[in-house]
Design a protein around this ligand. Sequence first.
Ligand code: AMP
Length: 218
Amino acid sequence: MSARIILVGPPGVGKGTQAALLESRLGAKGLSSGVIFRTEIEAETDLGQLAKSYIDRGELVPNGVTIQMMLKRLRTEEVRRRGFVLDGFPRTVRQAEALTDELKVEEIHLDGVVSLEVADDVVVGRLAGRIGCTKCGEIYHSVNKRPKREGFCDVCNSVLVVREDDKPETIRQRLTVFRDTTRPVIDYYESLGCLLKVPADGDSEGVYRMIVEGLGID
Ligand code: AMP
């Protein structure tokens, strides 16, 4: 089957983890705007340089370039065939409206929009200890999920780093952006009648089951 799912929620709620599970088990292509921006930054493209100036401050990259970047990827033959799990996009109502228009024109039906929900203090704790692999993207935590060998990835043995935007001042800014700019996206999808709210403070397997059962794509 080919699923078409949008994941929304504050930074650190576990969108990346759930997107990876949905991708590996349902075969849908994971499209994370944050990962795509970080890849562009690493490749030192013009888009990467522009994005970095916003990301390092915990602000959103402007709508125009973000929408263009994501719609381009949604139009690929692979995504048409496999379906998609959007993670981190849309993050503004303008992005959500642009996506709705695109899906309408292309006659693509969404399985649903999943809002992953946890209390603010849980999110701060998760982000503050988060360490990621520079190569394969696997995510660890200094308290909750330590790598077997300190500083190195269990999966591919590459070096683990703290993301520039996971530093405490930037975390606060990102949570403010979520509250002011991204929360209305959740209201937008609720008003369209396609929102599934999932409590995301349990273990990732339990959250995954609630998503697939709630969407009826088990
Ligand atoms: P993430 O990995 O999803 O936490 O994204 C990291 C950063 O990339 C965010 O804090 C934003 O600066 C930027 N970003 C990711 N997705 C978007 C988006 N849909 N719109 C604007 N900026 C974004």
